[in-house]
Design a protein around this ligand. Structure first.
Ligand code: KE4
Length: 434
């Protein structure tokens, strides 16, 4: 059962006070600190299916899915069994293992554009490495990213980044040098003319365009008709590599990710989140001709102590195998997402609240604005104060949403009709109270 009204959050509060004495901001990733929505973070004790329980025993229906990985729901038996079996052989060898081959072969069979893949430990490592390979392969220095897209915390990406780094223009963070920033070119999402102009102004200098094929870090923002196809064409014309950052959309929008669903093939793909089934895994891959530039096969160096860790591979392989062998999961989660979005819209309209909802498959975002949200500029027009009130009201009615307007909600296979009904009842009560 949901905790209707939270009894207390005293233990979370005292843990947060304690955490701040030894961890910057009391968290190991900024967005978890609830700064974007107000209030203090909950410390989570456990999770099962579509629910999380905090250290005070409050139970919440959740649509964060640990920021994407938990597509099968929390505590999936096959994933848990795979991990405990792997643990019985000890944890890490720093040497090649057979499961890395079976994992690589599964990924290359699932993701249309990937012929060879390298495992790393996070999405950030994946995107950093992909841009390095693109620069090494093309011999060019610059790359284009889109305002509001987030590709992890690598220096070169913290320029008008999305997710927790939402700011504009200059490097988002001290420590990112002008020298680094000068090679990062920025364009508005969904604006092909701007990209074309950038490529002509920097003729022969642009190694790659990196894009979230469906943006999830300024809230969920979909590519306009022809946008991705246009990027593909521009890259071919300019000898620039197209990099799809599918850390969020990979294995989420289909078993072949956004590139399979939207039928546009990149030269390189970065992966994360679902690929690890909840354990720290990232990967980058693409055409053999490009990936063979990666050390020790080629000259582009990239390494990692725990890359391809056998426990993480076991969790990831079990998760991807479930998705590969039971593609009906996508029908289920998409259907649940459709029902949630339809119900939320009904609730909003019954109260006459201005809103926009963007959805694709099992990813969706609610924006408090009466404009369409198609890029970073329009995303920033939203009423983030109202979103904070909405977030806190939903939390009080037992539903745990992503603690920022500039994030996306994810629906897992553990969400069924009863969870949908619970969510929509809480949603109506929360919307009435803001
Ligand atoms: P990680 O380094 O956090 O594994 O992946 C970075 C990354 C790269 N590319 C995309 C498209 C991503 O969405 C991410 C990470 N996503 C955020 C949530 N929007 C992670 C949550 C967090 O930073 O705590």
């Amino acid at each position: 059962m949901l905790t209707r009204v939270r009894t207390n959050t005293n233990t979370s509060q005292s843990l947060f006070d304690k955490a701040k004495r030894s961890i910057p901001g009391g968290v190991n990733s900024p967005v978890r600190a609830f700064k974007a929505v107000g209030g203090d973070p909950l410390f989570i004790q456990s999770a099962d299916g579509a629910f999380v329980t905090d250290v005070d025993g409050n139970r919440y229906l959740e649509l964060i899915n640990s920021w994407g990985p938990m597509i099968l729901g929390h505590g999936h038996q096959k994933v848990a069994e795979a991990v405990s079996k792997a643990v019985s052989h000890s944890l890490s060898f720093g040497a090649p293992t057979a499961i890395e081959i079976t994992m690589a072969e599964l990924i290359t069979s699932m993701v249309p554009s990937i012929e060879k893949v390298r495992m790393v430990n996070s999405g950030t490592e994946a995107t950093m490495s992909a841009i390095r390979v693109a620069r090494g392969y093309t011999g060019k220095d610059k790359f284009i990213k889109f305002e509001g897209c987030y590709h992890g915390h690598g220096d070169a990406f913290l320029i008008a980044a999305g997710s927790g780094a939402i700011t504009m223009g200059e490097p988002d963070s001290p420590g990112v040098t002008e020298g680094t920033a000068k090679d990062t070119l920025l364009a508005p999402y969904n604006n092909l003319d701007y990209v074309s102009d950038l490529l002509y102004k920097n003729k022969g200098e642009v190694a790659a365009i990196i894009v979230e094929p469906v943006a999830g870090n300024m809230g969920c923002v979909l590519p306009k008709e022809g946008f991705l196809e246009g990027l593909r064409k521009l890259c071919d014309e300019h000898g620039t590599l197209l990099v799809f950052d599918e850390v969020m959309t990979g294995f989420r929008l289909s078993k072949g990710g956004a590139q399979e669903l939207l039928n546009v093939l990149p030269d390189l793909t970065t992966l994360g989140k679902i690929i690890g089934g909840g354990l720290p895994v990232g990967a980058y891959g693409g055409k053999t001709e490009i990936m063979d530039y990666v050390s020790p096969q080629g000259p582009v160096y990239q390494a990692g102590t725990l890359s391809g860790n056998p426990i993480a591979m076991a969790a990831g392989f079990a998760t991807l195998t479930e998705l590969n062998e039971r593609p009906a999961v996508y029908e289920t989660i998409n259907k649940s997402a459709n029902a949630l979005v339809a119900g939320i819209k009904e609730n909003l309209e019954s109260l006459g609240l201005p809103y926009t909802m963007n959805q694709i498959g099992s990813m969706f975002s609610l924006f408090f604005t009466d404009q369409q949200v198609v890029d970073f500029e329009t995303a920033k027009q939203c009423d983030t104060q109202l979103f904070g009130k909405y977030f806190r009201a939903m939390l009080d009615t037992g539903v745990y949403l992503a603690p920022s307007q500039f994030e996306t909600l994810f629906v897992s296979e553990a969400i069924g009709q009863s969870e949908i009904d619970l969510f929509l009842e809480a949603n109506l009560n929360a919307l009435k109270s803001i």
